[in-house]
Design a protein around this ligand. Structure first.
Ligand code: ADP
Length: 569
């Protein structure tokens, strides 16, 4: 039954009880009033009639006058129509016959007196009979009232009990399932899906319970299938991470280790169970590698593990979710193989460039001799050919020197000879070296170097080499008859800045950040302009080895300004 119908039935039952109680009360009141009415109608009136007749007879003991006859006739007739008690009919009939006898005037006085007394006796009997009936009916009415009181009290109590239990139980009937449902929903919202409602009734609550149970079952199934697929994916990712040759260490946003693959465990020298879940800075207190990984921002690392020395490049990736950093992944890539190849390449370059330098120098020497008139005259065409060979030999020498310098830097064999020198010396050496080249392109070198500048602490050769490189690039990438400014000035209080400003083609912003990389050349340069792409990379190494800084500012079409700084004395 639905709740609506149950409510209807409940209230209907209460209403029925109230109706029954009212009906009973009305029934008993009716019975009482009927009893009273009967007493009044049946007996009281008979008493009244007999009294009236007795009064009429007593008024004149001898002969009945007309008034008496009328009064008796009237009352007797009424009495005859109000026969209610057993025996009353015979008594009234006797009374009628005696009265009719009395009315006939042929009677003597003795007979009349006798009749009078008989009539009185009959009247008294009828009155007595009715009085007894009144008493009997009174007793019946009292009994009826008593049982009515009992029945109404019983019905009232029963009704009260039913209404009371209804009032006590009904709110619970509605509220208890809602309360239970609310609690289960709270549990479900806490992802506790093992919730079932035991509403066994066939009403709306029963349906609600079934729907809720189905929902939680489905949620549970969904959660389990989700969990299973998440666990499967987690295992798959763990397997992938473990099968990688790079060391991978995952940290959460509070620097607790979340995972470490097998390579990472081997390198760190601790099993995963001693790493995962621990605060990384705590591990770093007892483990050098973890300390280096957390603190050191150096990219290339030499690590001794598994009885051999290996090279690793470190990369730290921030894990960002919705613009919030939720952790980081440290990747150590094994670059030992590349390192070995790189070293082999550097050694090869060093050997080759070193070996090439001697024959190139001897070519240059031979060229010098050929140009000397004492050896013999050369015609104009031969002179031109000799000049070409000289230019190529010069370029070859430059390339081999750069390669050799590069190899020295890469193998860490760069040796600096520091000394105190005035910036003007560096400028003079560089300008002297490039004077002819500048003149060939009719380029004006605008030198701005004050005499009162303090000395700098520098390797004179290397620094001059850097300045020559910057000036030679400036000349190379300037148009003919252009101006190149060479400025030396104080910078940041304790530094001297050398800058070379040209007004040539400039450098596209896209390439500015890569300009100091090894072998990088801006795409689109003409064949005669491009070199090895090593000049600026070596310059950077030379300047940084002297604790200086090197940089560039450039605007395409406007020219470039290359600068470097050195510490003043
Ligand atoms: P290269 O030997 O090729 O000149 P560098 O390392 O000296 O090598 O220069 C690298 C690249 O930077 C060059 O190929 C050139 O494209 C660009 N570059 C260097 N200086 C200038 C400059 N003053 N103006 C325009 N481009 C320049």
């Amino acid at each position: 039954m639905t709740i609506k119908n149950k409510l209807r039935a409940g209230f209907g039952f209460l209403f029925l009880l109230a109706l029954v109680s009212c009906g009973l009360s009305i029934y008993f009141l009716n019975r009482l009033s009927a009893d009273a009415r009967e007493i009044l109608k049946d007996n009281y009136k008979s008493v009244q009639y007999t009294k009236n007749m007795a009064d009429a007879i007593d008024a004149s003991p001898d002969v009945l006058n007309q008034d008496q006859v009328k009064q008796i006739d009237e009352n007797l007739s009424n009495q005859e129509h109000n026969i209610t008690e057993r025996g009353e009919r015979q008594l009234t009939a006797s009374l009628r016959s005696k009265y009719e006898t009395l009315k006939s005037s042929k009677l003597n006085s003795g007979e009349t007196t006798k009749l009078h007394s008989e009539i009185r006796k009959l009247l008294s009997d009828i009155m007595q009979l009715n009085m007894s009936a009144v008493e009997h009916k009174y007793t019946t009415a009292i009994n009826t009232a008593g049982s009515a009181k009992l029945l109404v009290a019983f019905t009232g109590s029963f009704l009260f009990l039913v209404a009371f239990s209804f009032v006590v139980n009904f709110p619970g009937y509605i509220a208890n399932p809602i309360k239970e449902l609310t609690e289960r929903i709270k549990e479900v919202s806490n992802r506790n899906y093992h919730q079932q409602l035991n509403f066994r009734s066939n009403d709306e609550f029963g349906e609600l319970g079934q729907a809720f149970n189905t929902m939680t079952r489905k949620l549970d199934e969904y959660e389990n299938s989700n969990l299973a697929s998440i666990l499967f994916e987690k295992r798959r990712i763990e397997t992938i991470i473990n099968s990688m040759h790079d060391a991978i260490l995952g940290l959460d946003e509070k620097s607790f280790v979340i995972f470490a693959n097998e390579v990472a465990c081997t390198l760190i020298g601790l099993p995963a169970k001693d790493l995962v879940g621990r605060y990384a800075p705590d591990i770093s207190l007892e483990n050098d590698l973890v300390r280096n990984l957390l603190v050191n921002d150096q990219h290339k690392m030499k690590i001794y593990a598994d009885n051999r020395e290996s090279f690793y490049s470190k990369e730290v990736l921030s894990v960002v979710n919705k613009e919030k950093v939720i952790g980081s992944v440290i990747i150590l890539k094994n670059i030992t193989e590349f390192q070995q190849l790189d070293e082999a390449k550097t050694n090869f370059i060093a050997t080759i460039s070193h070996e090439l330098k001697t024959p190139i120098s001897s070519i240059k020497m031979s060229l010098k001799l050929l140009e000397d008139n004492r050896i013999g005259q050369v015609n104009t065409e031969q002179k031109q050919l000799l000049e070409n060979i000289d230019e190529d030999a010069r370029r070859l020498l430059k390339i081999t020197s750069e390669l050799l310098d590069m190899a020295q830097v890469e193998t860490g064999k760069l040796q600096l000879n520091f000394g105190n020198t005035h910036p003007k010396n560096i400028v003079d050496y560089a300008v002297k070296a490039l004077k002819t080249t500048a003149e060939q392109k009719q380029i004006v070198l605008n030198i701005n170097c004050a005499e009162d500048l303090p000395d700098v602490r520098a390797d004179l050769d290397k620094t001059t080499w850097v300045l020559i490189n910057l000036l030679s690039n400036a000349i190379k990438y300037s148009h003919e008859k252009a101006v190149v400014d060479l400025t030396v000035k104080k910078h940041n209080g304790d530094e001297i800045e050398f800058s070379v400003q040209d007004h040539g083609q400039g450098i596209d912003q896209r390439y500015l950040s890569r300009i100091f990389e090894r072998y990088f050349k801006v795409p689109g340069a003409s064949a005669e302009q491009t070199g090895t792409g090593l000049g600026l990379a070596i310059a950077k190494d030379f300047i940084e080895a002297q604790s200086g800084k090197i940089g560039v500012e450039s605007e395409q079409g406007e020219g470039s300004r290359f600068y470097f700084t050195l510490k003043k004395i």
